[in-house]
Design a protein around this ligand. Structure first.
Ligand code: UD1
Length: 405
């Protein structure tokens, strides 16, 4: 692969930020908002609640003058679990929200108990009603909340509810992901008072009202990491642009260990790929540890490494669905409990494979790019949930990849 590729705005930042637009009746403008399936679902969620959203290229204009409904259609919540982040802002603005209880998904059972516990600490009452969660909070009051685990979604929901609670909320053992910082910055730009986002203790002083703002969404560190890994695995010189390098440190540290050559430049990260590297062990962790969302793509690269790599998943319970598909392309991988033992092979061969979730799909694209022959990847709607124009961007780097209806 050769050339330059531009990373889009972060999916995991824009989704909660869209939900936070529910906090104000003023117009909000979001720059660098990627046009992804998941973003389209979140827009439909906002519209179902009374919001008006207009897209103009990478810019979204969002206005939620009045909340017209307190219930989101079942189909939307089941289509995208991340839409549960509307709970916090809906309670803040309207004092009540009804959402269908989200079920499991391909990578695990994914409960939302910590979201609910946090909202209860702030004064909400949660009731189960025929598969729906009916949450009522006539008044939200600041509280000290210790999260059993630094859940990203729970931290976001609590932050948004607490942003207009009476008094101060402290979230301990909070998630520290860059997307949490972007959400906190956005809320502060609307008039909120949040300090400490990006550390494990977040202080939120409740305010009465929020106003409109214009905000630029941070670049997608997972998309950036995926392109870096693809360039490394395929060989060639690729400049991955629109990257905040600090967000990619856990990946870059592993690439150093594997022997990947890259340069951090003002414009982004330049990868000088040579295709074959040393095997390295990976253990996914919450930020600033190695991101679970890059586990599948790096595992795909490690199938071609020299030696044996142990890839351990600690964040999700069932995130090795890509392994069976990679094996069909000639990879040598064994699963033992929460670890995948990857024995490097000389080459992969093309096959027809299916994406089981978003990042698994990206891993298969990476494998297919390196494999001998032409692969067919099915169920690409998973990939389109989180990668904007992946086919176009990869064609720009010289890959032969086409979407077929
Ligand atoms: C977010 C990201 C996702 C990323 C993940 C971990 C979005 C839209 N998605 O997901 O891409 O892979 O962070 O970095 O931002 N859990 C519970 N109870 C809860 C909440 C979570 O048991 O109430 C468990 C989950 O099942 C999972 C783990 O905690 O095993 C991490 O989940 P969490 O950090 O909440 O991830 P998400 O916010 O769902």
């Amino acid at each position: 692969m050769n050339g330059k590729v531009q990373v889009s705005g972060a999916k995991n930042a824009v989704l909660p930020i869209l939900a936070a637009c529910l906090l104000t009746s003023d117009k909000v403008v979001l720059e660098e908002a990627p046009d992804l399936l998941d973003v389209q679902v979140m827009i439909q969620v906002l519209e179902s609640l009374g919001g008006k959203v207009k897209r103009n290229g990478k810019k979204l204009q969002v206005t939620v003058k009045e909340i017209e409904s307190i219930e989101t259609p079942y189909d939307l919540i089941t289509k995208m679990r991340a839409s549960v982040v509307i709970m916090g802002p809906m309670l803040a603005r309207k004092g009540r929200v009804r959402i269908s209880q989200p079920g499991g998904c391909a990578i695990g059972s994914r409960p939302i108990n910590w979201h609910l516990k946090g909202l209860e600490y702030l004064g909400a009452q949660v009731r189960m009603d025929h598969g729906f969660l009916d949450i009522v909070a006539p008044r939200l009051t600041g509280a000290r909340i210790y999260l059993d685990f630094p859940s990203v979604g729970a931290t976001e929901n609590i932050m948004m509810a607490a942003a207009c609670a009476q008094g101060t909320t402290v979230i301990e053992n909070a998630a520290q992901e860059p997307e949490i910082v972007d959400l906190a910055n956005f809320i502060n730009e609307m008039g909120g008072k949040i300090r400490g986002a990006g550390t494990n203790i977040i202080n939120i002083e409740g305010v009465k009202e929020f106003h409109g703002t214009t905000h630029t969404v941070i670049p997608d560190r997972i998309e950036a990491g995926t392109f870096v890994l693809m360039a490394a695995a395929c060989g060639g010189e690729v400049l991955v642009r629109n990257v905040i390098t600090a967000h990619l440190k856990p990946l870059l540290a592993k690439l150093d260990e594997a022997g990947v050559i890259y340069k951090e430049e003002d414009e982004g990260i330049r990868v000088m790929g040579k295709g074959c590297y040393n095997a390295v062990d990976i253990k996914t962790q919450v930020h600033p540890g190695f991101p679970t969302d890059l586990q599948a793509p790096i595992l795909a690269m490690l199938t071609l490494a020299k030696g044996t790599a142990v890839v351990t998943e600690t964040v999700f319970e069932n995130r090795f669905m890509h392994v069976d598909e990679l094996k069909r392309m000639g990879a040598d991988i064994k699963i033992e409990g929460r670890s995948a033992i990857v024995q490097g092979v000389e080459s992969l061969h093309a096959a027809t494979v299916a994406a089981t979730d978003l990042r698994a799909g990206a891993a298969l694209v990476l494998a297919a790019l390196t494999a001998n022959g032409t692969s067919e990847i099915r169920e690409i709607h998973h990939i389109e949930r989180g990668y904007e124009n992946l086919d176009l961007k990869l064609r720009g780097l010289g890959a032969e990849i086409y979407k077929v209806d």
